[in-house]
Design a protein around this ligand. Structure first.
Ligand SMILES: Nc1ncnc2c1ncn2[C@@H]1O[C@H](COP(=O)(O)OP(=O)(O)OP(=O)(O)O)[C@@H](O)[C@H]1O
Length: 259
């Protein structure tokens, strides 16, 4: 049984069909990319899996339990995490303190005096920072970090919730090509090490083709292709929907760069 089973999922906004009867699976230890041109239905799909949007039809089962109709906070506690957006880090706090905050929040501990709580979860936070390669910068304020390093801190904060499935909506947005590759390579290594499932959206084809175990392609709400990079790259319907968008589909070694 797959960890995540999406069946006949649909979402209509009035007369507009944003997601049209899509089905896919995601297993533990798998990095699955959700791609498609603008307006394809990627964010809508994400938001239904995370519980931020209700579905019009279908089913989303996580570890055998139905997610549709389940409030997003409960979905999070079932083990479905979401990457924090940049605004979620507290610029004035240090890298370590931000991850401690995420751990406190996961364990639902509320401290009226934050400073009194700073000793809590210190070793766990350092361990998470080590996993994302940021333990050497633990005492720096987040405000001083390079953008790519903030993204690593956000990843460590997401891991504080011990997700079995992590949803990452455009994790590399705004990053330079080398940083993008490094971040997704890191995510891929965490998927393997933690036997975690990751569903991510990404506009950068080079990153998707280099690191995703499997790719699903949406266009105008419909799932038009799914499979490995080779299969998707050669798929005529995929080539047709991307034709004229400036995207290319050449094979690129990890660390390389296509458009
Ligand atoms: N709240 C909403 N109300 C009405 N229509 C919506 C709403 N959210 C999304 N849509 C429509 O649903 C369709 C799919 O949008 P969605 O944001 O899921 O696409 P996307 O693939 O994430 O696009 P992008 O890559 O541009 O972020 C689009 O036609 C969009 O206009």
């Amino acid at each position: 049984m797959s960890l995540l089973e999406v069946r006949n999922l649909a979402k209509h906004f009035g007369g507009n069909t944003a997601v049209d009867d899509i089905s896919f699976d995601l297993a533990a230890g798998e990095l699955l990319a959700l791609i498609g041109p603008n307006g394809a239905g990627k964010s809508t799909t994400f938001n239904m899996v995370g519980g931020q949007l209700t579905a019009s039809a279908g089913s989303i089962r996580f570890d055998g339990r139905e997610l549709l109709g389940t409030p997003s906070y409960r979905i999070a506690h079932m083990g479905v995490g979401r990457t924090f957006q940049i605004a979620a880090t507290f610029a004035s706090l240090t890298v370590l303190e931000n991850v401690q905050m995420a751990l406190l929040s996961h364990h639902r501990k509320v401290y009226s005096f934050w400073r009194a709580a700073t000793h809590r979860f210190r070793s766990e936070a350092l361990d998470l920072l080590e996993q994302v390669g940021m333990h050497n910068q633990a005492s720096r304020p987040c405000s001083e970090l390079a953008y790519g390093d903030v993204k690593r801190v956000e990843l460590a904060m997401s891991l504080a919730g011990q997700p079995r499935l992590l949803l990452m909506d455009e994790p590399t947005a705004g990053m330079a090509p080398a940083e993008r590759n490094a971040l997704v390579a890191l995510v891929k290594s965490l998927v393997v090490k933690r036997n975690m499932a990751v569903l991510f959206t990404e506009h950068s084809m080079d990153v998707v083709f280099a690191y995703a175990d499997r790719i699903i392609v949406l266009a105008r709400g419909r799932l038009i292709a799914q499979g490995n990079a080779e299969h998707v790259r050669a798929h005529p319907e995929v080539q047709a929907v991307y034709f004229g968008t400036g995207k290319t589909f050449e094979a690129v070694a990890p660390g390389g760069e296509a458009s």
